[in-house]
Design a protein around this ligand. Sequence first.
Ligand code: SF4
Length: 270
Amino acid sequence: MHWRCNYRCAYCFFDGHWEEYGRRFLSKSTPEWLACWSRIQERCGRAAVNITGGEPFVFPDFIALACGLSRLHWPINISTNASLLSDEFMAAADPQRISVSVSFHPGYHQPAPFLERLRKLRAAGFAGCNNFVAFPPQLGLLPELTARFQEIGESLKVVPFIGTFQGRSYPEGYTAEQKKLLGMSDDWAERKRRKGRPCLAGQRSALLLPDGNVARCGQIGDRRIIGNIFDPGFAFLAQAEPCDVELCPCDEWKVIPDEKAPDQAGAWIS
Ligand code: SF4
């Protein structure tokens, strides 16, 4: 949606770049965005949409935009830090079409109020996962936090930290003990290696950037812009292309629906 957020977590991909990236933003009204997505629906059919940021709920008029979008495209998954989840959103959004994944950030959240908000969200029918970034200084919180989530019947999805901390590069830098705690197998990097393999990213899926540019995928980003979504002539790639990055750590290639099981599209998000 945008590179803007009401939090400043040290382990975020965008740490240190918020000012610079935040300026890259296309100001369009909700009707203009919905007209654009309506054109996409007419030309390409229904899409599964994953909404991330920054923090999506900081986006102007976000609730009306998400609800309007869900009348055109679904399933939609929203990734949020949960700080701005409101009764208004829960009353307006359709949980059959929109799921909500929340992230627990120890620098900003206390378990009790966070879990109460989560319980309310799930009681309103919104599915989704509960993320926790395995940033090395906060790994010690994991056992107790896992237990607290389990007490309300929820599980925690532990996301490996990708970046550098105290001179070590992660996720390769986790110790054997830490990898065991995170459930990371020794062949993690090998399983994420996609370089050279044909990938449908850009043909069947894409990453929409805050300025309307459409990138092939999140790993490749600005190196492979395939067009701008507001361009009336915008088109996806004609065919699969080889992956040109070493690792696909978020398994983004898996968002692409299986031709033989199209209903599986978006299933990876929950
Ligand atoms: S990084 Fe992942 S999604 Fe992107 S081209 Fe490679 S395999 Fe496909």
